[in-house]
Design a protein around this ligand. Sequence first.
Ligand code: ZN
Length: 317
Amino acid sequence: MILRNRTKPILLKKLDAALPRLPRKFKHRNKLEAEFARRYKGYIGEIKVDGYIHSYFAKNFTILHDVTLKIDSTEIQIDSILISPHAIYILEIKNYNDKIIFNTNLNTFTRDSGEIVTGFRHPISQAESHKFNLMRFLSELGYHDVPVHFFVAVSEPSTVIQVIGDEKAIAKMVSHGEHIPKKIIALEQRYENASNSRINHRKIGEAILGKCYDFDFNILGKYGVNWSSIMPGVHCPACGHLGMERIHSNWKCKQCNRLSKVAHIKTLSDYLLLIKPWITNKECMRFLNINSRNVVTRILKASNLEYDLKKRRWFKR
Ligand SMILES: [Zn+2]
């Protein structure tokens, strides 16, 4: 079963919400757009690989996606963890456009951009280090002898994977996402034949789930975006224009005349994501551009937000 589903990552949500709220000529707009495009492609690639994995293993394995764990002071992010009755399989999912090259003689990896990486940035080293960290984590929970395997899954079927040197060694660890199930099935067969002792995959999955959280950091701050760079206002759901007006109980777009009753819902969620995890009535008046305190109170009461009486502010349940 799928114990932890993949959802749109917080960082992607932040970039997505921030871009239409930054001035057109914002200094680092290009970099932010590139970061968004890169992360979005990565996310789509992960979903693609999930499809192959689910069709084979969702029934009999315990599966967790997008797992972030803190082990001592090291934070690790694992794209997917599959737990079978015999072993654990870690997937590091990578998205590349053109050709990538593994050189086993020099222990280097050449990205599709032509950049050569070594050491910790090498995708195999990354996956391998996740393996050792996860083993350490499991051992702290009392699971000492669970075998852990890792794979680098290349999400785009059109990416050319070239190997200079030991092709077999690379093929053991790296392949296109669609071929990963075959590799896992082969290993499972070996465990079956060896009649190794079985593990309680559900229990291990729940132990991991209990310690994992959503990965997040101030990605916007990295590009000089702070709360004052974020433009307030309600976006028109039809044409994207920022600054709908509240007329009676509707939002009206000056640009395309579209009326909406719910356009402010996205605005409130943008605020909670980009500015602060709560909002006061006064802040809400400014951000939605509404002059009436009563109207804002009515809107907030009808939203799915909860009111903190002591702090006099609204927050997400
Ligand atoms: Zn409009």
